[in-house]
Design a protein around this ligand. Structure first.
Ligand code: PML
Ligand code: MG
Length: 295
C-alpha cells in the first residue's frame, strides 16, 4: 500500500572484545519508499527519504537506534516504507582521531557578496578559476539532465576533471564526534545560537573530507530547498560558513577538490566511505568574518 510504513530491517553486528576495546559502534539509518507500489508489473522505483549515521558507545545503542528510527519516520521528504538500521562494531585500531576544522562564520549581506567570498576563498585554496566555475555551475544547475547528484563530485583542483569513475556521487560516511567533543560542540552551538542549524553534521563531514589523501578544499550548497547556507572548507585552514551562498533555484550538493599528483581513486574512496574518523577536539569558532579579512 502506498505511503504506509511497512518494514524495519535491523542488522546488528557486534565486534567482540578485545577488538572493540574502545566500545565504539557505527550506526547507520537509511529510509526509502517505493514510488510505484501500485504497478506490480513494473520494476520498483525506490526513492531515498532520509539517512543519518553516528559512531556511538555500546551503552548508547538503544537510545540512538530509537532516535534514528523516529527521525526516519518524521522527515519532510515523506513517509518511508523501508527503514534499514545497521549497527556494526568498530575495530579501534582503524579509527583516526582528528581535531575539527576551525569554524569561520562569514558575514555577508546578499548572494552576490556570498559568491564573491566563495570564489576568493577557493582561489586562496589554490583551486583554478576553471575548476571553480565548473563546480559552481554544477551546484547551481545539476548534471546535463538538470539533476543534482546523490553524493559528492570529486574534481581535480586545476583541470576540473571529474575523478568519480562511474558518474555516481561519493558519500562520506563513518565519522562523528567523540562523546566529550560532542558535548563541547553542543555547548558552542548553544552559545552561538546555532543549535537549530545543520552546522554540526556538516562540520563533521567537512572535517573528515579535509583529512582525505590529496584533499584540498570542498564546496557545499545545501540540497535542502529551504536552506540557503553553504560552506567552503579548506584543508589546513577551516570551515567557512556563508549565508546566502545558494541561489533559490540551485540544485545544491557537494564538490570535493583534490590534487591530481599521487591521487588514487581506490585509496581516496576507501577513506571517504569507510575509514572511521572521530573528532576528539573542537577547534575555535570565529564570528563576523568578512571579505576584508581574507584579501
Ligand atoms: C551549516 O553550516 O549550517 C551547514 C551548511 C551546509 C548544509 C548542508 C546540508 O544541507 O546538509
Ligand atoms: Mg543533505
Amino acid at each position: 500500500m502506498a505511503g504506509v510504513f511497512q518494514k524495519t530491517s535491523v542488522c546488528l553486528m557486534i565486534w567482540d572484545t578485545p577488538c572493540n576495546m574502545t566500545g565504539y559502534f557505527s550506526i547507520k539509518m537509511r529510509a526509502s519508499r517505493i514510488l510505484n507500489p501500485d504497478e506490480p508489473d513494473m520494476q520498483p522505483i525506490q526513492e531515498h527519504v532520509s539517512g543519518a549515521e553516528r559512531i556511538i558507545l555500546k551503552e548508547e545503542i538503544d537510545e540512538i537506534s530509537t532516535a534514528l528510527i523516529h527521525r526516519a519516520q518524521n522527515h519532510d521528504n515523506g513517509v518511508p516504507d523501508f527503514i534499514n538500521l545497521k549497527i556494526q562494531g568498530i575495530n579501534p585500531e582503524t579509527i583516526t582521531y582528528v581535531p575539527s576544522l576551525p569554524v569561520y562564520l562569514v558575514q555577508v549581506s546578499d548572494h552576490i557578496e556570498a559568491q564573491k567570498v566563495c570564489k576568493t576563498l577557493l582561489e586562496i585554496a589554490g583551486i583554478s578559476p576553471h575548476s571553480i566555475d565548473h563546480a559552481c555551475e554544477f551546484l547551481e544547475n545539476g548534471d546535463t539532465h538538470g539533476r543534482g547528484l546523490a553524493g559528492a563530485l570529486v574534481m581535480d583542483s586545476s583541470s576540473a576533471a571529474i575523478r568519480n569513475p562511474d558518474d555516481k556521487g561519493i558519500r562520506a560516511t563513518t565519522m562523528d564526534f567523540t562523546p566529550s567533543a560532542h558535548h563541547k560542540i553542543q555547548e558552542i552551538l548553544t552559545l552561538y545560537e546555532l543549535s537549530h542549524t545543520r552546522l554540526k553534521e556538516a562540520l563533521v563531514l567537512a572535517t573528515k573530507v579535509a583529512y582525505a589523501p590529496c584533499a584540498r578544499a570542498e564546496l557545499c550548497y545545501s540540497d535542502n530547498p529551504d536552506y540557503h547556507i553553504g560552506y567552503i572548507s579548506i584543508t589546513g585552514k577551516g570551515y567557512f560558513r556563508i549565508p546566502y551562498l545558494k541561489s533559490l533555484s540551485a540544485k545544491g550538493g557537494r564538490v570535493f577538490f583534490v590534487d591530481t599528483v599521487d591521487f588514487s581513486w581506490e585509496s581516496y574512496s576507501r577513506y571517504i566511505r569507510s575509514t572511521p574518523v572521530l573528532i576528539d577536539r573542537i577547534s575555535p569558532f570565529n564570528r563576523n568574518f568578512s571579505l576584508d579579512q581574507i584579501v
